[in-house]
Design a protein around this ligand. Structure first.
Ligand code: GDP
Ligand code: MG
Length: 439
């Protein structure tokens, strides 16, 4: 998807004025791209109409060129289409908050019950109880029990009971007794929507009266996912959607149309098979990911505003002279941080934005904060002469920054490696690089 849109928009970038013809041409490309991404055709039609209206109606803002203007509008509309803001879970006034998971077979319901339990443990120190409501495959109960063991979370199941609604009722009584704050109900799925399944889910809904009915949808199924979502929603009135397997989805079509077709928000996305692979869904981030090019142009602008060219010159000078010290080091960190959260910046860089490895790479803001704390605990003399940092000074710095001594040592070592590398690079001695760890 993104490749095609990038191409369409490239034709617009750099021209003085957006003509109607330009926009028509770009719209054609964007429409094809969205259809190719398996977005519902009605959704595409509406989307294009809005883009045309917005792009033609609006004056090109002074600070933007025509290409940037169109990118901005496409980005805004994509975000809007997916619901603007991240939507939280519905909370019950009194515990437990009940979450019922529904969806077709193999979409990731059972896995997502585990992921969500883990997410709640982590973010709210929650004590959830899981109910095994898929009784048709014995393996399904075992699968949930395994997840429960991993998370140290109780799993309620009943052997031999054929009435799922009864199991759920008993499970809720158990949760009441144990004062669990969340109950997550796993349910059975089918290969496609059928009447017996819907009737069973309706019965479970009736006894559980869940605060959240979350439809789990496999993002890789594209357009079909939208139809399924509609089917489930009509019968069960789901409260939200979890889009799984986005790690495998290069097209993003499902994310685009589900909200538009059902009116129901996407709350979370599954990004892999591990229990930690669940992300809160942010429409704006998804939009820039779909756009792919990220927002290279605004990154350039940001960089120009925030980064004083003379500063850069000075740093380069220092690197050459090998007098780069901890003051410069912290300056550099601050320069980078002014531009925004690092992982966001990386997504703005072409080539990186589309790199599948980036998804697994998160920049640790905490790590940067720790590094700063360590440097700020050094005396001026120490910052200027990192070589005087003997063990007793290091212990003092560790105490002052609240970081362990090993971390202080590691940071100083990294700093020295970095300094050495910089001086080699700026001296044009590239051969030295290969001696460094990780090169
Ligand atoms: P259920 O039948 O709906 O309960 O589906 P399961 O939870 O058993 O998951 C089916 C398969 O999809 C399993 O192999 C999971 O590991 C896998 N799966 C679930 N969510 C994700 C995800 O977000 N990404 C990837 N790559 N695999 C997933
Ligand atoms: Mg299952």
């Amino acid at each position: 998807l993104s490749e095609r849109i990038q191409k369409a928009l490239k034709n617009l970038t750099g021209k003085g004025k957006v003509s109607e013809e330009d926009i028509n041409k770009a719209s054609r490309e964007i429409r094809l791209a969205l259809l190719e991404a398996d977005v519902n055709f009605k959704v595409v039609k509406d989307f294009i109409k809005t883009i045309k209206k917005e792009a033609l109606g609006k004056e090109v803002q002074e600070s933007l060129n025509p290409g940037q203007q169109v990118i901005k509008i496409v980005n805004e509309q994509l975000t809007k289409m997916m619901g603007e803001e991240a939507v939280p879970l519905n909370k019950s006034k009194h515990i437990p908050t009940i979450i019922m998971m529904v969806g077709l077979q193999g979409t990731g319901k059972t896995t997502t019950v585990g992921k969500l339990a883990y997410h709640l443990q982590k973010t709210e120190k929650a004590r959830p109880l899981l109910i095994a409501g898929d009784i048709y495959r014995p393996a399904a109960v075992d699968q949930l029990k395994q997840i429960g063991e991993q998370l140290k979370v109780p799993v309620y199941s009943e052997d031999g009971e054929k009435d799922v609604a009864k199991i759920v009722q008993d499970g809720l009584a158990e949760a009441e007794k144990n004062k669990n704050d969340y109950v997550l109900i796993d349910t059975a799925g089918r290969l496609e929507i059928d009447e017996p399944l819907m009737e069973e889910l309706e019965r479970v809904k009736k006894v559980a009266n869940p605060d959240n009915i979350l439809l789990v949808v496999d993002a890789m199924t594209g357009q079909a996912a939208t139809d399924v979502a509609k089917g489930f929603d009509e019968r069960l009135d789901v409260t939200g959607v979890i889009l799984t397997k986005l790690d495998g989805d290069t097209r993003g079509g499902a994310a685009l149309s589900i909200r538009a077709v059902t009116g129901k928000p996407i709350l979370f996305t599954g990004q892999g098979e591990k229990l930690s692979d669940l992300d809160v869904f942010h429409p704006d981030r998804m939009a820039s990911r779909i756009l792919g090019m990220g927002d290279m142009l605004s990154l350039i602008e940001k960089a120009q505003q925030d980064y004083d060219a003379k500063e850069a010159q000075k740093v380069a000078e220092k690197m050459r002279e090998n007098t780069f010290d901890f003051n410069d080091f912290v300056d550099q960190l601050e320069q980078v941080q002014k531009m925004g959260p690092l992982d966001q910046i990386m997504k703005m860089i072409p080539g990186l934005a589309n790199n599948p490895q980036l998804k697994n790479l998160s920049v640790d803001q905490k790590q940067i904060d720790h590094t700063e704390a360590i440097v700020y605990s050094m005396t001026e003399e120490e910052r200027e002469n990192p070589d005087i940092l003997n063990p007793s000074r290091r212990r003092r710095i560790a105490a002052g920054s609240g970081r362990p001594v090993v971390e202080v040592n590691r940071m100083i070592k990294q700093f020295k490696q970095m300094r050495e590398m910089m001086s080699k690079v700026t001296k044009g001695n590239m051969k030295g690089l290969s001696n460094l760890p990780g090169m």
